[in-house]
Design a binder for this molecule. Structure first.
Ligand SMILES: *[C@@H]1O[C@H](CO)[C@@H](O)[C@H](O)[C@H]1NC(C)=O
Ligand SMILES: *[C@@H]1O[C@H](CO)[C@@H](O)[C@H](O)[C@H]1NC(C)=O
Ligand SMILES: *[C@@H]1O[C@H](CO)[C@@H](O)[C@H](O)[C@H]1NC(C)=O
Ligand SMILES: *[C@@H]1O[C@H](CO)[C@@H](O)[C@H](O)[C@H]1NC(C)=O
Length: 179
């Protein structure tokens, strides 16, 4: 099997089945190792960066990393998760811009990056026209539709690559396991 399976050392006990809360609805996923369509690690205290390699989990439909104190940038590789329908990164310490690559996720129906430290223009077009401004609440540096703050006064800063930060000293507990 070519699927890469994502795991976090603390969560191994939960990997065979998980109950995930998404937009208030609870869903039960059985044998998550086999299909791995959803990740819900919300409400932990990770204080880590989201690994770039998360973009390898091409089958993901739901990614919920809300309320985790995650730091660093949103990896642009998330734009490679073309099956993604729900992305919740709310209530972390994420900074930098929302990668333009996220706008190419065709099926993205739910998106929440509220309460982070994100800056710069919100990607425009495609799915991003459908997200309410509550999805972006609590980021004083974001601008552009659907927020009322226009981007004019911001300098277009070149996107910084989060992938350049993968120092060998990083304390990732994130791991990928080849099945
Ligand atoms: C995030 O970190 C702050 C400060 O360390 C802590 O007070 C807060 O409870 C943490 N939040 C979560 C969701 O773990
Ligand atoms: C997305 O996937 C393509 C091919 O699979 C790869 O070349 C590219 O580097 C990936 N993009 C990111 C941002 O990871
Ligand atoms: C986004 O997440 C925040 C905090 O978790 C929540 O209060 C808010 O209702 C969510 N917004 C949307 C549009 O779901
Ligand atoms: C959110 O949208 C409402 C209605 O369009 C608008 O009145 C409000 O100012 C917006 N909030 C922000 C923070 O842009």
């Amino acid at each position: 099997m070519e699927n890469l399976v994502f795991w976090y050392t603390w969560t191994i006990p939960y990997m065979y089945s998980m109950i995930m809360t998404n937009r208030g609805m609870q869903r039960f996923y059985e044998k998550i190792l086999d299909i791995f369509i959803a990740i819900d690690f919300s409400g932990n205290n990770f204080k880590r960066q989201i690994p770039t390699s998360i973009g390898n989990l091409k089958g993901l439909h739901l990614l919920n990393l809300g309320s985790n104190n995650l730091t660093g940038h949103i990896p642009s590789s998330i734009g490679n998760l073309t099956q993604l329908e729900s992305l919740d990164l709310s209530q972390n310490q994420l900074s930098g811009e929302i990668p333009l690559q996220l706008s190419r996720i065709t099926f993205l129906a739910f998106f929440n990056v509220s309460h982070n430290h994100l800056t710069g223009p919100i990607p425009q077009g495609k799915q991003f026209t459908t997200f309410p401004n509550a999805s972006f609440d609590g980021n004083s540096g974001l601008c552009g539709s659907p927020l009322s703050r226009a981007c004019g006064s911001f300098e277009a800063s070149p996107p910084t690559s989060s992938s350049s930060k993968q120092g060998s000293t990083s304390e990732f507990d994130w791991k990928f396991v080849l099945m």
